[in-house]
Design a protein around this ligand. Structure first.
Ligand SMILES: *Cc1c(COP(=O)(O)O)cnc(C)c1O
Length: 340
């Protein structure tokens, strides 16, 4: 504690928060993320010495989106308490619900308070390639950094992740370079600013960018766009089918490819909505999952989430699946659960 206090005083004098961030576990450095963000934010805070307790989770609305007014409140509160907020991580496409945080409004708050805006678009970033769906990420041009996984909706071979930064003063090199003299020579015959070798945490790694480049060349931007449009159209088809069928209930109207729903088996359909109903429904998805796995017909994930009992989550991505597959999914659930 004594050391921390000294370090804290030192950095207050220096006002050099960004340096402290990477060197010490300064307890007052804070970052904000939505309550539905990916667990990697917590992990990153742990690795960086920020501490998992210094990630503030901002309330989300009923659709899973960060509430900007809550963010504003939390930032002001943190400032009043003498903490040093430095970053907001917005999520474009949350893992469970596929929700997109309101980037424009969050960017306003970041600008006002001088905070770095990172957008975790790992899952939702691929919508940018579709002219039809890119509006989901409206405001993303204001981000300081963006994480995006072409290995998700674009189906690049796993793994293929991109970190995009707005800064063009070589921030990655400043952060990560160890300037090893036996590698990364600067006196080469070409423009070495494109070398990625000394700009990352790892040393050896696969040429993932090449994989993506090759895929992009082969399919073209329209080919990639078609993948996204097709996946989202199929998700939409599934949603409409769920609405038509007795016993199926959507958690919410999805805006992306995550179709979250409950299956209410025949014995529960007449039951009154109440704690007992939900407690019983909670047990249904694990039973159906066990049956589908033992039969070997499907694999479909389920989870409880934010106070909601176990529900299925069908994320539609592959360009090889069809409407018939969506029908099969629903038929099979009905079949497996008809005696429940
Ligand atoms: C998948 C996902 C991640 C993790 O990405 P990996 O490349 O699998 O580590 C992070 N954030 C969100 C929102 C995701 O959906």
């Amino acid at each position: 504690d004594k050391i921390f206090q000294e370090v804290r005083k030192y950095f207050w004098r220096k006002k050099n928060v960004s340096c402290s961030l990477f060197c010490f576990g300064i307890p007052f450095v804070l970052l904000f993320s939505s309550a539905q963000c990916h667990y990697s934010m917590k992990k990153a805070a742990s690795f960086l010495g920020i501490g998992t307790e210094n990630v503030y989770f901002i309330k989300t609305d009923e659709r899973g989106k960060m509430v900007p007014e809550e963010l504003e409140k939390q930032v002001q509160r943190a400032r009043k308490e003498g903490s040093a907020p430095f970053l907001v991580c917005a999520t474009a496409g949350t893992t469970v619900l596929g929700a997109f945080d309101p980037l424009d409004k969050i960017a306003d708050i970041c600008e006002k308070h001088g905070l770095w805006l990172h957008v975790d678009a790992s899952w939702g970033g691929s919508a940018l390639i579709s002219r039809k769906h890119c509006r989901l990420l409206h405001g993303i041009h204001r981000a300081d950094s963006v994480a995006w996984n072409p290995h998700k909706m674009l189906l690049a071979g796993i793994q293929c992740c991109a970190l995009l930064v707005k800064d063009n003063s070589g921030i990655l090199k400043k952060c990560y370079s160890a300037e090893a003299a036996y590698l990364f020579q600067q006196d080469k015959f070409y423009d070495v600013s494109y070398d990625t070798g000394d700009k990352s945490i790892q040393c050896s790694r696969r040429p993932d960018a090449f994989k993506f480049w090759l895929m992009w060349k082969a399919l073209g931007t329209t080919g990639l766009e078609e993948r996204v449009n097709r996946a989202l159209a199929l998700a939409r088809y599934l949603v409409e089918e769920i609405k038509k069928r007795e016993g199926f209930r959507l958690l919410l109207e999805p805006e992306y490819a995550n179709v979250c729903f409950w299956y209410i088996p025949p014995s529960l359909r007449k039951m009154e909505d109440g704690p007992e109903f939900w407690q019983k429904l909670h047990q249904v998805a694990p039973i159906i999952k066990e049956r589908m796995m033992k039969k070997g017909s499907m694999m479909l994930g389920y989870q409880p989430h934010q106070g909601k009992v176990n529900f299925f989550r069908q994320v539609v991505i592959s360009p090889q699946v069809s409407r018939e597959d969506m029908d099969f999914l629903l038929d099979e659930i009905e079949l497996l659960a008809k005696d429940l």
